[in-house]
Ligand binder design. Structure first.
Ligand code: S3P
Length: 436
């Protein structure tokens, strides 16, 4: 699917933020493990959470999805080995978190994915799980991932060499399913939805600060059920709308129900230090997660240096931050972001390719990018390759706000993995995005 985005750079209106992808995937996993009836509201009805839920059904869960409402029904039977390979599509979170869960379930399963997922590194999860007693075999470090019945150790301690919430969550979920104690050390803080959810369901999970990172210990007691769970909106999806509001010539938009977990919303601080007019309203807590509405107005941005501990916090937002930087006065330098090389695409290369197409001067590093902002608009109708990466596609469609002739982006179908209502939302605010 190729898309063409055009606008007169005037944005206005109120939109509801779609459900959080990370939380939607975690709640179907943890809900299946608790194995009591659970009703979920605000679920992200996107391809990634759906493939995770279908994978769980293939091992015996009973998850019914109806739009953004999900019911998990109590099973009488234990988990079962699936009859065929389980396909996680494009979802890195799905495959890595399920590697942790399945490795403790006394079943055998093979997990596969699409072309992009089949190239992504899985040893970062398989190695610690195997050290922990699991039996996980990858194919040259990538999917297919074959999991057999293992014997998970008690009191396992793991010091993560990469800042990854997926690695951390996979280890914690494995220990949770095996009813074992585990400690994970993260040198740099990463998103903590798994810990928050375990805590919400009465689990005993301790968190202490260590230098700039954290020591997380899951103690043995099992989780207790609750009748319902509400998923807050996805900050990473809101990020596209926030930057759209900031770079538009004239804008006044309100994004409602945005998840504001402090391990996720670092982009607000970064954009505010660049001069963005962003205000947070109506803050509250829903199911142990911060949430609020975000009001955005067009802003005059200046370049900034970004690196260090904030990077894991803004890791999924760097493509759209690069678009904000492209229309800021001066230079923005992003460093310490080598993890972007192993996302749904090599995101640093994809950003660089797209910026060249829209005429933004930049320099690419192994771990980041330096962008020379430009205050005037893009004149040509650029053609961008998204490399099948949802966040690259949405970032360059948003850049059309500063292009006189619009922007054409190839291979956009994976937008449906994380933001299925992206086209309607953009059209509602005033950016016309259509198939081309
Ligand atoms: C996620 C963690 C991050 C993020 C991904 C979702 C999660 O990946 O990029 O989109 O849900 O835990 P890493 O753990 O690889 O940093």
């Amino acid at each position: 699917m190729n898309l063409l985005a055009k606008s007169n750079s005037i944005l206005s209106g109120e939109v509801l933020c779609p459900g959080d992808k990370s939380i939607s995937q975690r709640i179907v996993i943890i809900g299946s493990l608790i194995n009591e009836d659970l009703s979920i509201k605000g679920f992200l009805n996107g391809e990634d959470p759906i493939s995770t839920a279908m994978a769980l059904n293939a091992i015996g869960s009973s998850i019914n999805i109806s739009g953004t409402d999900v019911e998990i029904l109590k099973r009488d039977m234990p988990f079962i080995s699936p009859e065929t390979d389980i396909d996680l599509g494009n979802s890195g979170t799905g495959i890595r978190l399920l590697m942790g869960l399945i490795s403790s379930l006394d079943i055998n399963a093979t997990l596969v994915g699409d072309e992009s997922l089949s190239k992504r590194p899985m040893l970062r999860v398989a190695n610690p799980l195997n050290e922990m007693g699991a039996k996980v075999v990858c194919n040259n470090g990538t999917p297919p991932v074959k999991i057999e019945k293992g014997d998970i150790k008690d009191n396992f301690l793991y010091d993560m060499p990469v800042a990854s919430a997926q690695v951390k969550s996979s280890i914690i979920l494995s220990a949770l399913a095996a009813n074992k104690k585990v400690t994970v050390i993260e040198e740099h803080p990463t998103r903590n939805h798994t810990e928050r959810m375990i805590n919400y369901f009465g689990g005993n999970i301790e968190h202490t600060k260590k230098d700039s990172g954290n020591i997380i210990t899951l103690h043995k007691p099992k989780l207790t059920s609750r009748p319902s769970y509400e998923v807050v909106g996805d900050f990473s999806s809101a990020a596209f709308l926030i930057v759209a509001g900031v770079i538009a010539k004239e804008s006044n938009i309100l994004i409602k129900n945005v998840g504001l977990n402090p391990t996720r919303c670092g982009l607000i601080k970064v954009l505010q230090s660049m001069g963005a007019n962003i205000e947070i309203l109506n803050q509250s807590m829903i199911c142990n997660e911060e949430v609020g509405d975000i009001s955005v107005q067009s802003s005059k941005l200046k370049g900034i240096d970004v690196g260090g501990d904030i990077i894991p916090n803004i890791i999924d937002e760097i493509p759209i931050l690069s678009i904000a930087a492209s229309f800021a006065e001066g230079i923005t330098t992003i460093k310490d972001a080598e993890e972007l090389r192993v996302k749904e695409s090599d995101r640093l290369a994809a950003i660089s390719g797209g910026l060249s197409q829209i005429g933004i001067k930049h320099e690419l590093f192994d771990d980041g990018i330096k962008i020379q902002g430009k205050s005037d608009n893009i004149s040509a109708c650029a053609e961008i390759d998204s490399f099948g990466d949802h966040r690259i596609a949405m970032s360059f469609l948003v850049a059309s706000l500063r292009s006189e002739k619009g922007i054409f982006v190839k291979n956009c179908k994976n937008i449906f993995t994380s933001f299925p209502s992206f086209l309607e939302t953009m059209n509602h605010l005033g950016i016309h995005v259509n198939e081309a």
